[in-house]
Design a protein around this ligand. Structure first.
Ligand code: NAD
Length: 506
């Protein structure tokens, strides 16, 4: 296996990231696999960010006039380039975000999927024709491009989140200005290089159609505050959303907020326990607990608790933690020390509250002193309280007993976040109640699969402190366009609506 740094630099070179993207005094790009610095990346100064928004704003005047199916052709080419670069970009996701190889590749597959979806969508951006009460009139709605779309993304889906937004925004006629996480700049630069190849093949793409801003919060704020950006899709913690949301509201910009989750699953008396075990294990331990949809709270019916828990403890104790490039490893590293500290804090609180912990200890500290590998923690809690009520972005699964379905649903809904949820049951009445109005209050409610691992055809997002935004499939595209209602009079008289008369005489 190549050393991490050599591996990453070779990929960046193959993908065509220019030397000008790097600078000795730039932002350190680290690999969580070893903790080493791979490269230092040139940061975007605030005035450069403003200039980039200006270029994107100018590009809008041209791009909005390109017919939507033609815009779809650019996204089709992007999908082709992503297919071509899937192995390299997927591996770079592994090297920079620490995901296991299949999840790194899966992230790129998700980018390809949304490109395919957006290409079809580019011929389906339609509005309604609506019955009008006035004779010789026609009423309809038209969808127009909205303007520059700002994208702020988190470290844990360093490139897929960009594609969910960019593929849709581009076919909708909106230029994109992307502020990736400061922790995953290399995958962003690689993605920008891939996009550039697609744009070059397309030919005649206006300058500024796609801009990338490298840096932290300060450069993100430039994007949020610029009046020439009418829609900002911001993915990250609820704390970030609390800062970004009011600023966007203050200037009446559209916000697509995709924030933190504290997702739950319920295991009912009738559940298929082997299927539940597999669903729970992937949702709680996959991506080292660093998905917004990671399963963090598990409510197990008291009648099956003693049957399920030994299976969970066994899975938690036997899962292989380590270098995500190695075959057989299912849990890679945490992103950084801050994530590890937060995990330790939460486990300390859980222990003080009477929680019984399986796992949760640091591993490979001698081999990788600068990296943070932890065994996933399974915590049997006496009550739904304390650290259970907040999102700790690490692999901790809190387990609690319940006795009635209503009690389980009430606990599930009793947290700030409202992203994803699931129920394991073979009782169709319970299943239907769970997804009904009196069931889960989340944006995603599943039955007999875990809460994580969504596909792009559905609208993705959550309620309450998750921010209410929706991305990817269904009618999420509407957030990137503006709707105009048009009434056309093809008659010779002017009847007013609601029977109003306004006779100004001859
Ligand atoms: P984070 O909130 O630390 O950062 C996310 C992004 O926001 C980064 O690019 C950061 O630079 C930027 N940012 C932070 N403050 C800002 C501000 N005031 N103005 C403008 N930009 C600002 O999140 P993270 O640690 O990278 O990611 C983990 C979090 O993201 C978790 O809470 C997770 O649940 C959430 N997440 C949510 C979704 C979703 O779709 N709901 C998806 C992935 C991650």
């Amino acid at each position: 296996m190549l050393p991490v740094r050599d591996d990453a630099l070779a990929i960046l070179n193959r993908l065509g990231v220019p030397d000008s993207a790097f600078s000795d005094k730039g932002l350190a790009a680290r690999s969580p696999i070893t903790g080493e610095v791979i490269a230092t990346v040139r940061e975007t100064a605030p005035e450069e960010a403003t200039a980039a928004v200006g270029r994107a704003h100018a590009a809008f005047s041209e791009w909005r006039k390109v017919p939507a199916p033609r815009r779809g052709e650019l996204v089709r080419l992007l999908g082709e380039e992503l297919r071509e670069s899937k192995d390299d970009l997927g591996r770079l996701v592994t090297l920079e975000a620490g995901k296991i190889i299949s999840e790194g590749l899966g992230e790129v597959q998700e980018m390809i999927d949304i490109c395919d979806y957006a290409v079809g969508l580019s011929r389906q951006l339609f509005g309604l024709t609506i019955a009008t009460e006035r004779p010789d009139h026609r009423m309809m709605e038209t969808w127009h491009p909205l303007g520059v779309c700002g994208v702020i993304s988190a470290f844990n889906f360093p490139v897929a989140v960009w594609s969910w937004n960019a593929a849709l925004a581009l076919v909708c006629g909106d230029p994109v200005v992307w502020k990736p996480s400061e922790k995953t700049t290399l995958t962003a630069l690689a993605t920008a290089a891939i996009f550039k190849r697609a744009a070059d093949r397309f030919g005649g793409v206006p300058d500024g159609l796609h801009e990338v801003l490298i840096g932290g919060r300060a450069v993100g704020e430039v994007l949020v505050e610029d009046r020439r950006v009418p829609v900002v899709s911001a993915t990250g913690s609820t704390a970030m959303g609390r800062q970004v949301g009011p600023k966007l509201a203050g200037r009446f910009a559209r916000a697509i907020l995709e924030l933190g989750g504290n997702n739950a699953a319920i295991v009912a008396p009738s559940a298929d326990l082997d299927l539940a075990l597999r669903g729970i294990a992937f949702a709680a331990m996959g991506t080292a607990g660093q998905r917004c949809t990671t399963l963090r709270r598990l409510f197990v019916h008291e009648s099956v608790y003693d049957a399920l828990l030994p299976k969970l403890r066994k899975a938690w104790s036997s899962v292989k933690v380590g270098d995500p490039r190695e075959p057989g490893v299912l849990v890679g590293p945490l992103i950084d020390k801050a994530a590890h500290d937060a995990m330790e804090r939460a486990l300390g609180e859980a222990r003080a509250a009477g929680g019984e912990i399986t796992g949760g200890v640091r591993e490979h500290a001698e081999a990788f002193p600068e990296a943070h590998y932890v065994a996933p923690a399974l915590v049997e809690m006496p009550a739904h309280a304390g650290p259970v009520l907040r999102e700790t972005f690490a692999p901790i699964l809190y387990v609690m007993r319940y006795s009635t379905f209503e009690e389980a649903v009430a606990m599930q809904n009793a947290v700030g976040a409202g992203l994803s949820s699931s129920l394991f049951t073979l009782d169709m009445r319970e299943a239907e109640r769970f997804i009904s109005v009196e069931g889960s209050d989340c944006g995603i409610a599943n039955v007999n699969i875990g809460p994580s691992g969504a596909e792009i055809g559905g609208a993705f997002g959550g309620e309450k402190e998750t921010g209410g935004g929706r991305e990817a499939g269904s009618d999420s595209w509407k957030a990137y366009m503006r709707r105009a209602t048009n009434t056309i009079n093809y008659g010779t008289t002017l009847p007013l609506a609601q029977g109003v008369t306004f006779d100004i005489g001859d």
